[in-house]
Write a protein of this length. Structure first.
Length: 307
């Protein structure tokens, strides 16, 4: 996924105090999120300065700013993107790009974060938020907001990126706790850290399997992908019926266990209360059945399964 580079801005800049005052007085002209509360909070502390007036984009104009990435954000209910370039008062000349994506719900914000998170990535904890960091990037969510920070490579970039992530996190309402389904997957034995993803479309490549969660696990016989489809408006029986129609080479093995042959392996699945649980990989029937039975018992909370 491509990343937009922080633009090289050489024109004269207004002092931070004057710029903030202008932004406050012209918020209507710039858009409802022109002076995001986080930006006002950062500017008022004195450690950060707003280099240029922030820009905001809605669903219809998102492609103007992140062309090629809009298709990732829109299914998760992206409502408003606010973009600002910030500098540190203590480090003149160093700039960071801050992107604040207001999503439809905390679950959607988590979904976008999960798409940016990858296994073995370094993470920091800021209160309840898990921040995925590198020398020049930071990604996290808090409440309904997904946050993306980017900096030009440089000796002090990492220090500034992590400092800005911390200041933004404490300025946002809500918390960074993942959905209950993600916490269930995170507790699974053999789970690969950083592999949990919340998909709004085409989980494993099939629309009938979304929305849902997936995660990589290391099982005794093979590596596999776990699937947890949370409760929807349609009944679990209706969703299973759709899966039977749309998944390739579907077969009911037992009343409690079904299978389909996907390009990346056999998909074993069954109902679990209001949910559907599954595992995909090269697993023998007996191991898959035993695993799913135990998996179903572990989802008692979000799926209404009797322990």
């Amino acid at each position: 996924m491509g990343r937009r580079r922080i633009p090289d801005r050489r024109r004269a800049r207004l002092p931070a105090a004057i710029l903030v005052a202008l932004l406050l007085s012209s918020s209507t002209a710039l858009g409802e999120d022109a002076l995001h509360p986080v930006l006002a909070s950062l500017a008022s502390r004195g450690g950060w300065k707003i280099v240029d007036p922030p820009r905001s984009f809605g669903p219809d104009t998102l492609y103007e700013e992140i062309d090629g990435e809009a298709e990732l954000f829109l299914p998760y209910g992206m409502e408003r993107l606010t973009v600002a370039v910030l500098g540190r008062a203590a480090r003149p000349g160093e700039e960071l790009r801050l992107e604040l994506f207001r999503m439809a719900s905390p679950r959607d914000a988590y979904g976008i974060f999960s798409q940016h998170r990858y296994p073995d990535q370094e993470v920091l904890r800021v209160e309840t938020s898990e921040v995925a960091v590198s020398d020049t990037t930071a990604d996290f969510f808090r409440g309904e907001t997904f946050v993306r920070i980017r900096a030009k490579p440089g000796e002090a970039s990492r220090r500034s990126v992590t400092a800005l992530a911390g200041d933004v996190a404490v300025s946002l309402p809500g918390d960074g706790a993942p959905p209950e389904e993600a916490r269930v997957l995170d507790a699974r034995p053999g789970r690969v850290a950083g592999s949990i993803i919340y998909q709004k479309r085409a989980l494993l490549g099939y629309e009938c399997l979304a929305p849902g969660f997936e995660a990589t696990v290391s099982l005794p016989s093979a590596s596999a992908r776990l699937v947890l489809l949370p409760p929807l408006r349609e009944k679990a029986e209706e969703r299973l019926a759709r899966m039977r129609r749309e998944l390739p080479r579907y077969r009911e093995v037992t009343p409690a266990l079904s299978r389909a042959d996907l390009p990346n392996g056999t998909f074993w699945f069954s109902g679990a209360g209001l949910c559907v649980v599954g595992v995909v990989g090269n697993l023998p029937r007996q191991e898959a059945g035993t695993f799913l039975s135990e998996f179903a018992r572990s989802v008692a909370g979000p799926c209404g399964v009797s322990p």
